[in-house]
Ligand binder design. Structure first.
Ligand SMILES: [Zn+2]
Length: 148
């Protein structure tokens, strides 16, 4: 299907940050429970806004068997630069990879015990490098001792 110039203008008027490069262009109209924008084009059923955005940018409908996926992982985004075509397998692999990456940062956060925080505050008069050397030394001792 093609959109009239008026319908095309109405569509992009519903998109936040339209034509601002690099930004997510979020659909401001109705969104479904997953956050995907929905729009009604005259005479058709509700359509996914990001698929319509892909169509407007590429001049043809996305193939019905393919997903229009988000590089930015932001469901309401309609910026064609953030969209790519993928099959079901690629779409799922992309979701798994994104989930893995976002989980991947968590094991490296460390919550310090209160006693350690108090000690660090006492030491805050010293240079951070000296404190880091002390902490490294303490960690080395702790890990070495842990082996026996
Ligand atoms: Zn985006």
């Amino acid at each position: 299907m093609t959109l009239s110039a008026n319908a095309t203008t109405r569509f992009w008027n519903n998109v936040l940050n339209y034509n601002q490069p690099g930004k997510c262009w979020e659909w401001r109209g109705y969104r479904n429970y997953k956050g995907y924008g929905r729009c009604r084009i005259k005479g058709t059923k509700l359509r996914r806004a990001h698929r319509v955005a892909w169509m407007l940018a590429n001049g043809s409908e996305p193939p019905p068997t393919l997903f229009v996926c988000h590089k930015c992982d932001n469901p309401p985004c309609c910026n064609p630069e953030h969209l790519f075509l993928g099959n079901h397998r690629e779409n799922m692999a992309d979701k798994v990879e994104k989930a893995r990456r976002s989980r991947g940062t968590k094991p490296f956060t460390l919550e310090l015990p209160k006693s350690m925080i108090l000690r660090l505050q006492e030491w805050s008069v010293y240079e951070q490098q000296s404190i880091a050397a002390l902490v490294r030394g303490a960690i080395e001792v702790a890990l070495t001792e842990a082996e026996y």
